[in-house]
Design a protein. Sequence first.
Length: 123
Amino acid sequence: MPQRMRLSAITLDCPDPLALAAFYRQATALEPHPKSDVDFAGLNREDGLFIGFQRVDRYRAPSWPGQSVPQQLHLCFEVEGDLEEAEARLLELGAGRLNHQPHAPRALILTDPAGHPFCITKG
């Protein structure tokens, strides 16, 4: 039987790690990693999951749903309460809303300030 693995970290490429970490911190209330800096920033979840943000020179945002620049990964978040209220809050924080919404109204697809697509669903 294969050994079990537990996901411990997810890292996103971006042009500004501190700014993207600040967006996700406001969106999720996760704690900032104490060694975050201009080249690599992170957030810690209580169960040990780490979300990292690493600076990439000449970063190009994904073009989802098109594939001229593939999305490379897709984060999904469950939200408590009203989905539209959560969307409005995230848009105020700097998220973008895509026109292509294949799973609305049960899931909405937004982009973070660096252009990574992510979903919000009702928890």
